[in-house]
Design a protein around this ligand. Structure first.
Ligand SMILES: [Zn+2]
Length: 122
């Protein structure tokens, strides 16, 4: 769930099913966002953000990477996320799965450092 949204706010987003590698758009209320299921297989779907561009269904590698992003709470909710993910994490789709994992870890470390720094300055 996107923590910046207010309860009961209606929003649209794109949900991904990592089981059948599909995505669909739904309008929902914030509190429903953990209950959305795939229209085809009824597996719990993941909110990937409205700007999410689903990979081709046959592109297993990309889908695995998208799942990895989701596990790290990265979503395509804002246009700024697209270049961030492309340049810092997937390296223009050239990075391997292991490299993406490494980039995610590095990014996470940076965030932790930044939070610590912000705390010290307040
Ligand atoms: Zn499904």
């Amino acid at each position: 769930m996107d923590p910046t949204r207010k309860p009961s706010q209606l929003y649209r987003s794109k949900w991904a099913c990592f089981h059948c590698r599909t995505a669909f758009v739904r309008y929902i209320r914030v509190e429903q966002s953990d209950q959305i299921r795939c229209l085809t297989c009824h597996t719990k779907a993941t909110d990937m953000g409205y700007l999410f561009e689903p990979p081709r269904r046959s592109d297993y590698k990309q889908w695995r990477l998208m799942q990895l992003l989701a596990q790290h709470q990265l979503r395509y909710h804002r246009s700024g996320m697209i270049p961030k993910i492309r340049y810092l994490i997937t390296e223009n789709d050239k990075a391997s799965y292991t490299e993406v994992q490494r980039n995610l870890m590095a990014l996470y470390d940076d965030d932790q450092q930044l939070k610590k720094k912000e705390k010290r300055e307040h």
